[in-house]
Design a protein around this ligand. Structure first.
Ligand code: BGC
Length: 769
């Protein structure tokens, strides 16, 4: 922030720059800074030429509809996501858009989350890697990316008022971690502050979040824009570090008055002007609109990429060998379900775009197999519900067919921005349709269309194969046909757990909260972290996904080239007879059960395309960051000494290779105080020595002839200072002396270079009332 107030620019002008000039434009001032055009995002360019709304109501210029976040997340493929980002950036630039409002990167805390279709995963590592690739891709096209919604925006219920009540560890380790990675690794041009409150403080007015953490700790140098309508108090938001209120609320006068009254430092406005000018320097001048032929060429290219991405996103959950369908012996296929003809390919709300062309699976299959082979029966209506006549016709179609491909899913009205779901169940009419079809069809393949997870436990036994198609964007129909017919092999993996029952989920008792409070009672145990830690059965685990071949893992080796740094090497072989992709996953967790820590967490992954018989050897790095946990008392990341289990495998549950590594910890010496417990003193090399003199003194005092081990254990949780109350001859002077001695001893160790001091960080609670 500049120290000096820039008096050359009138306050009124500066105030006007901190808000938009309309729904999608920031305010410009000739000679000072140009206006920027912002547009949704995330999975297509929602460029509205006339009027404007943030709810997805009004039309927009046709644009490529790429697979939404849920599908991109399931690709586990940062390279692909980077290409999608670059393609989105090119299309945005052609439509004169300066900043694309994406990626959406909130963690899927509950499978009921209404916007889960826009988000990438329940895991911060995967979310962070994919979102960084998206940002890099978009920005490689000269367009800014805007990561959203910062932060802890994990539900739609009461989304504009609710307070996410979340502990410091869950904040750091789960809800902020992906944002941290993206800000540091990919330098997004913008961050969008969320609607909700975090521990009582509105995210758009949270100085700790927007300034201390985002800018000072993580080094963010871009612009913070509010979610549309998120700002309640302009002045508080500016003080907190928000740059741009969107859309404008006509309250510039309040900002000027606050400066006049001395309630808002003018330098806060200068900082905004600086950041907007830096953004202009970064993005260059206003974009030139592309000519129609140029735009057409971009759209053609992007349509192909949308199809490729869709094919990589679908997850093959089960398959007894019925897939891929064998074209040579296929003389009749019953295609059942309205979603085969009228596909669901994106979710509702601000991300809804007008696609350039939508393919249906029915058309794609009919074109490839022939109209004489495919028999279609809708089975249910477009709103997802059935009637008996439709079901009967579907059963007849299935009876006569070699195989029934049944499209099931959630209707549009069941999931959208703005509300959460209340059940994981598919519409009951669809489930009973499946039962009836399965009773007569020799083989059944289920293809799912849903933005959020649906339960499969009650009906999965009716299907010979299940392809989870999520919402696949405009080319989902062609991509689905590619996969069913084996023109491509499925390669998606679950980026979120499919539980057996909603009630099993760790968020179940507390989601979405009540009376404006949403308590994150499961803390860091989000998704698979919980299921795996407590060994609770799930329908399909995080990371799961099949393809048309098999893989074997072998030769796990770990080398440690430096302290707290490892290289994990292993080999993967395609042992089947088709090309295929394996997504090898690396999970790490403490060997000794620490109830407050997840058993193992994703720390690396790699997608490997292998021909039959081919073996590849890969090395994944593991660093101190991967072992860290947030120490809320010490307000810092810490690596605890000990053994860590390293798992390599095909899902969080399908562990193929395992080993352990040892860490001596991060060798950080935190100051020891009178309030530090005996355990903390003993864990510290200086404290241990100094304490020995105390224990010695106690035993020599005659109060205890020797210090029995159980006595020591009993003492462990007691802060040093409290020993004064236990009649052990420990006085305030003793405590002060021990603290001084420990400080001196620590200083020697630090000077010798074997240890270091913790870095500075501040907890959210230290800034909030
Ligand atoms: C959404 C944002 C979106 C904005 C502009 C809001 O309702 O939460 O994700 O970017 O509208 O459309």
């Amino acid at each position: 922030m500049p120290d000096q107030k820039d008096r050359s620019i009138p306050i009124e002008l500066k105030a006007s720059l901190t808000s938009g000039s309309g729904t999608w434009h920031s305010t410009g001032a000739p000679g000072l800074v140009r206006p920027f055009l912002l547009a949704d995002g995330p999975h297509g360019v929602r460029r509205q030429r006339t009027g404007g709304d943030a709810l997805g109501i009004g039309d927009s210029v046709p644009a490529t509809c790429f697979p939404p976040g849920v599908a991109l997340g399931s690709t586990w493929d940062p390279e692909l996501v980077r290409r999608v980002g670059a393609a989105l950036g090119q299309e945005a630039a052609a439509l004169e858009v300066d900043v694309l409002l994406g990626p959406g990167m909130n963690i899927k805390r509950s499978p009921l989350g209404g916007r889960n279709f826009e988000y990438l995963s329940e895991d911060p590592h995967l979310t962070g890697r994919l979102a960084a690739a998206y940002v890099e891709g978009v920005q490689s096209s000269g367009v800014g990316a805007c990561v959203k919604h910062f932060a802890v925006n994990n539900q739609e219920t009461d989304r504009m008022r609710v307070s996410a009540e979340v502990d410091q560890r869950a904040l750091r380790e789960i809800y902020l971690r992906a944002f941290e990675h993206v800000v540091k690794a990919a330098r997004p041009a913008m961050v969008m502050s969320a609607y909700n409150r975090i521990n009582g403080v509105p995210a758009s007015e949270d100085h700790w979040l927007l300034t201390r953490l985002l800018r000072e700790e993580w080094g963010f140098d871009g612009v913070v824009v509010s979610d549309w309508g998120a700002v309640d108090d302009r002045v508080a938001a500016l003080r907190a570090g928000l740059d741009l209120e969107m859309p404008p609320t006509g309250t510039d006068g309040e900002v000027v008055a606050a400066v006049d009254r001395g309630e808002l430092d003018e330098s806060a406005l200068d900082a905004v002007v600086d950041r907007l000018r830096r953004l202009e320097a970064r993005l260059g001048g206003a974009k030139e609109p592309a000519s129609e032929p140029e735009l057409a060429a971009i759209r053609d290219r992007n349509a192909d990429l949308a199809r490729e991405a869709a094919a990589q996103a679908a997850v093959l959950l089960t398959n007894d060998g019925v897939l891929p369908l064998d074209r040579s012996s296929l003389d009749s296929v019953a295609v059942i379900g309205e979603f085969a003809r009228t596909p669901r390919f994106q979710g509702g709300g601000s991300s809804r775009i007008v696609p350039t062309g939508v393919s249906s699976a029915l058309d794609a299959l009919t074109r490839r197999l022939g109209a004489d082979v495919v028999r279609f029966a809708p089975g249910y209506t477009v709103d997802g519900s059935g009637d008996d006549a439709l079901a009967l016709a579907a059963v007849e179609a299935a009876r006569a067919a070699h195989v029934a491909v049944v499209f099931l899913g959630l209707p549009e009205h069941a999931e959208s921005e703005g509300f959460d779901r209340t059940t994981l169940d598919l519409p009951t009419d669809q489930v009973s349709l499946l039962e009836r079809v399965a009773a007569v069809a020799p083989r059944v393949v289920v293809v799912l269309s849903n933005g959020g997870v649906v339960s499969v436990a009650e009906w999965r036994h009716h299907a010979n194969a299940i392809l989870e198609g999520w919402l696949l964007g405009q080319a989902g129909g062609e991509a689905t046909a590619d996969l069913l017919l084996g023109d491509r092999a499925p390669s998606g993996r679950l980026a979120e757990t499919i539980p057996l029952r909603l009630e099993d989920h760790p968020s179940y008792p507390t989601f979405p909260g009540a009376d404006g409070i949403s308590v994150y009672g499961e803390s860091v145990h989000v998704g698979y972290r919980y299921f795996d830690t407590v060994d609770r059965p799930v329908a399909f685990p995080f990371g799961h996904g099949l393809t048309y071949t098999r893989f074997e893992y072998s030769d796990l080796r770990v080398v440690a080239p430096a302290e707290n740094s490892w290289e994990v090497t292993f080999s993967v072989t395609n042992t089947g007879d088709r090309d295929g992709r394996e997504v090898a996953q690396l999970y790490v967790g403490p060997v000794e059960d620490q109830p407050t820590r997840p058993r193992a967490e994703l720390r690396g992954f790699v997608a490997l395309d292998l021909r039959p018989g081919e073996t590849t050897t890969v090395t994944l790095p593991l660093t101190a960051t991967d072992l860290q946990t947030w120490d809320a008392r010490g307000q810092r990341w810490t690596v605890r000494p000990g053994d860590y289990a390293v798992h390599v495998g095909a899902s969080s549950r399908d562990v193929r290779l395992r080993t352990t590594v040892h860490s001596d910890g991060d060798r950080v010496l935190a100051p020891l105080t009178a309030q530090s417990t005996i355990a903390e003193w003993r864990a510290d090399p200086a404290g241990r020595q100094v304490l020995a003199t105390l224990l010695d003194r106690v035993s020599r005092s005659g109060l205890a002839s020797s210090v029995a081990p159980e006595l020591v254990r009993m003492f462990l949780s007691i802060p040093l200072d409290k020993l004064r109350s236990f009649g052990l001859g420990v006085t305030s002077a003793t405590v002060a002396e021990l603290v001084r001695e420990a400080g001196a001893r620590q200083a020697e160790l630090l000077a010798a270079g074997a240890y270091r001091r913790p870095g500075a960080a501040r907890n959210h609670s230290q800034e909030t009332p």
